[in-house]
Design a protein around this ligand. Sequence first.
Ligand SMILES: Cc1cc2nc3c(=O)[nH]c(=O)nc-3n(C[C@H](O)[C@H](O)[C@H](O)COP(=O)(O)OP(=O)(O)OC[C@H]3O[C@@H](n4cnc5c(N)ncnc54)[C@H](O)[C@@H]3O)c2cc1C
Length: 405
Amino acid sequence: MNVLWEGDVVVAGGGSAGCAAAVAAVRSGASCLLVESAGFLGGTGAAVLDTFYGFYAPGPVSRRVVGGVGWEVCERLFEAGAAFERPNTYGAGTGVTYEPEELKLVWDALVPDALLHARVCDFVPGTGVVVETVAGRFLVKAQVVIDATGDAEVAWRAGATLDRPGMRLQPMTATFRLGGVDLSATSTAELHALMADADLPRREGSVHRTVHDGIVHTNLTRVTGLDPTDPVQLAEAERVGRRQVRDYVGFLRAKVPGYGSAVLLSTSVRIGVRESRRLVGRYVLTSDDVLAGRDFPDTIARCGAPIEDHASGDATRWEYVHDFGTYGIPYRCLLPVEVGGLIVAGRSLSATHDAHASARSMGQCMAMGQAAGTAAALAVQAGVEPAAVDTELLRKRLREGGALL
Ligand SMILES: Cc1cc2nc3c(=O)[nH]c(=O)nc-3n(C[C@H](O)[C@H](O)[C@H](O)COP(=O)(O)OP(=O)(O)OC[C@H]3O[C@@H](n4cnc5c(N)ncnc54)[C@H](O)[C@@H]3O)c2cc1C
C-alpha cells in the first residue's frame, strides 16, 4: 500500500477533541496529520451545534474551568464578533454560543494541513492507520495514533475493550435553525407548557438565540432505540430525525406565538450522536467520581458539568457535582489497556454511562484533546508508549499551554 504521509502523530477525527489534539501535538514539537472524513473541521460542534458547554462550571458563581486551546478558540470567535456568552447559573452552566461557519474557519486556521474527505478505516499495530480517500486506500505511518472519532472507531478496529452501546444509550438529536422568529413573544416556560399538550417525542429542550437577529437554533428532537454504530440503524435515525424536525416546525408555526412566519433554514449536517462506543481504559470514570468532585494525580482536564442524562425517560435527569465543585478527568481514561501506540480522546473516553453524561461537553473534549496531543508528542520524544508518559511532566506542559488543572 502506498504511504500518503509519515510522521510522529496521526489524529483520526477533526471534532473538538481531534482538532485540539492536533494543535497541541504540533505546538509540542511533533509532526502531526489530522484525518477527517467530512469536508470541514469542528465535528459535532460545527455540524450539529452552536454552543460550547463545559468551559464554565454551574453554581452560584460562574467559574471558568477550561483554558488552553479550547479557550483560545472561544477568544478567536469573540474577536470575530461570532460568539457571545449565554449566562446560565444552573443548567449546564454559562455557554459560549457561536456561529458554526466561523468555527470551521477558526479550526482551518489552527489546523491548516488537515486531510479532509479521508476516513481512517484500519489500525495497523506499530505502523499507523489506513485511510480511505477519493483516490483509494493509503497508509499513514505514525508512532502514536489519537482516536478522536467520537465513536472510538480506531480503538474498535484495534480490538481495544469497549463498552458497547446498550439500550440505555443517550438519544440522538437532529437539530435545526429557524429564521423569522420573535423569541420575545414566548418564554421558555410558556413554550414547554405548550409542548406538554402536543404530540411530540420530547416535551422540553432548547430554542435559543444565535449571533443573528431573528434566527434561532434548536435542540428539540429525540431519536431513541436506534444504535448509532449499526449502519442500517444510523441511516434510519437520520430519516426519523428529519421527520421529527418537520413535526416540530409544524407545531412551532401553528401553536407558538412568535413562530407564525418562521422558515426552516437548515437541519444539522448529520444527526447528533451523544453516546456510542466508550473505551474501557486504564481507569473508568464513575458517577461517584463526578458527584464527589474527585481529583486524581494524573488529572489532565477539569469538569464541573452536571450529569445530564437524556436517556432516563421523557425528561432529562440532572445531577450536580457536590457543592458545585469540579472533578478531574485522569489521563488513564484516554488509554486503552491492551493496545499500544493509541490514545482515545473526546466523547469516547473511558467512563460509565452516567459519568460520560457529565464529561462529554465540548469544553472537556477540547481539554482532553489538548492532553492527548501533548502526551503523544511527549511519548514520541521520549521513545516510550503513551501509557509510560511522565504524567507530572504532561501536567506541567498542559499548564504551560494554558490548561486549568
Ligand atoms: C444533540 C447533541 C447536543 C449536544 N449539546 C451540546 C452542547 O450544547 N454543548 C456542548 O458542549 N456539548 C454538547 N453535546 C456534546 C458534544 O457535542 C460532544 O460530546 C462533542 O462534540 C464530541 O466531540 P468529539 O471531538 O469527541 O467528537 P465529534 O465532534 O463528534 O468529532 C468526531 C469527528 O471524527 C470524524 N470521524 C468519525 N469517524 C472517522 C473516521 N473513521 N475517520 C476520520 N474521521 C472520522 C467525524 O466526522 C467528526 O468530525 C451535544 C451532543 C449532541 C449529540
